[in-house]
Design a protein around this ligand. Structure first.
Ligand SMILES: [Fe+2]
Ligand SMILES: [Fe+2]
Length: 308
C-alpha cells in the first residue's frame, strides 16, 4: 500500500476524518487516528508540540481527504454553518498556512502559487467580514514555532491594518496578504531557529539573520510566476521608515508601501510570538522602542489590535 503525505496544518476543526491518518516512525507508517475520529483538542496539540508537519494517508483515501478539506473550508467561510467563529477561524488559519507551506516548499510550482494567491484573497474577505477573526488568530499560539504560522499571523495583522489605513483596492490587499504570508520565505530554507529573542542570537547568527530578506528574494529571482511586489515585500520587510532597518537601510521613499505595512505587522508578531513580550507591555514597547522605525499611525493601530 502506498502512503502519501498530508499537512498537519490542514487537520483542524471538529469534523470526523474520512480516512486513516498515519505517522511515520523509523520509516514505518503507524496508524495514529482512525477514520471517524476527529483531531479535536489534545491530539492535535500533541502533534504540534512534536513539531510534526506531515502525516500520511493511504493513496486510495486521497479523494476522501480532499472532500474533508473542501467541507471544512466551505463551513469555515459560511457564517450560517452553525460553527463557532473559533472553529471557523482555526480552519481558515490552517488552510491558509497549508497553502503558504506548499509555496515555500515548492516555489517552482505555478499552480501552488496561484492557489495561495486565490486563497490570500479569500483570507482578506474572511477577515474583513468577520470582525472577531483577527482576535481569534492572534490568540492561536504558534506552539511549533512554525514560519508559515507566523506568516498567517503577520498577514492577518497586515490586512486589518490596511482596512484601517484605507487601503481597499482588492488587488493591493490580495498582494499584501500573500506577501505577508511568504515574507520569511528564507527562514523556511535555513536551519536557524529564529523563534527566540534577537538578543539571544550570537554575532554570527545575527549576521546571517540580517541577510534573510535579500537571500529570500534572490532565491526567488528566477521564478517568473511570482509577482514583483511579493519579492519587494520579502526583501524589504525588515527595513524601517527611518532608514535604520536592514538589510539595505532603505529610507521610506525607497520602500514599497505594502512592504512598510508588512514590516510593521511583522514587528508585532515578533514581539508577541518570538520575543515573548507580555501582551500588556507590547503597546509601550511599540511606542517607545520602535517609535520612528514604523509609521506612527501603524504603531497606534497595532497598540489597539493587541488589546483585543
Ligand atoms: Fe523576517
Ligand atoms: Fe517575520
Amino acid at each position: 500500500m502506498t502512503h502519501v503525505p498530508i499537512r498537519v496544518s490542514t487537520l483542524r476543526g471538529d469534523q470526523p476524518i474520512e480516512f486513516d491518518a498515519f505517522v511515520k516512525i523509523n520509516e514505518k507508517h503507524i496508524l495514529f487516528l482512525r477514520k471517524g475520529d476527529s483531531f479535536e483538542g489534545g491530539r492535535l496539540t500533541r502533534l504540534k508540540e512534536k513539531k510534526l508537519k506531515k502525516m500520511f494517508i493511504l493513496q486510495d483515501d486521497e479523494t476522501n481527504y480532499r472532500k474533508y478539506l473542501d467541507r471544512n473550508i466551505e463551513n469555515a467561510f459560511d457564517p450560517n454553518s452553525g460553527k463557532s467563529i473559533e472553529i471557523r477561524s482555526e480552519i481558515v488559519q490552517g488552510a491558509t498556512q497549508a497553502r503558504s507551506e506548499d509555496v515555500m516548499e515548492n516555489p517552482d510550482n505555478v499552480e501552488m502559487y496561484n492557489d495561495a494567491k486565490a486563497g490570500a484573497m479569500k483570507f482578506v474577505e474572511f477577515l474583513n467580514r468577520e470582525g472577531k477573526a483577527l482576535t481569534q488568530i492572534l490568540h492561536m499560539e504558534n506552539m511549533d514555532q512554525n514560519i508559515a504560522h507566523h506568516g498567517v499571523t503577520v498577514s492577518s495583522i497586515a490586512i486589518s491594518m490596511a482596512a484601517k489605513l484605507g487601503i481597499k483596492d482588492p488587488k493591493q490587499t490580495q498582494l499584501l496578504s500573500l506577501g505577508a504570508l511568504l515574507h520569511d520565505f528564507e527562514h523556511f530554507h535555513t536551519p536557524m531557529n529564529i523563534a527566540r529573542p534577537l538578543e539571544a542570537f550570537t554575532p554570527d547568527e545575527l549576521k546571517l539573520y540580517k541577510q534573510h530578506p535579500l537571500n529570500g528574494s534572490r532565491r526567488l529571482q528566477d521564478k517568473k510566476h511570482f509577482d514583483q511586489v511579493i519579492l519587494n515585500i520579502i526583501s524589504q520587510h525588515e527595513e524601517f521608515v527611518d532608514g535604520r532597518g536592514f538589510p539595505q537601510g532603505l529610507a521610506e521613499n525607497k520602500l514599497d508601501p505594502l512592504a512598510i505595512v508588512v514590516a510593521s505587522a511583522n514587528k508585532l508578531d515578533r514581539l508577541l510570538s518570538f520575543e515573548k513580550v507580555p501582551r500588556a507591555e507590547i503597546p509601550k514597547q511599540l511606542m517607545v522602542k520602535y517609535m520612528g522605525c514604523h509609521p506612527l499611525e501603524h504603531l497606534k493601530i497595532m497598540s489597539e489590535i493587541i488589546k483585543t
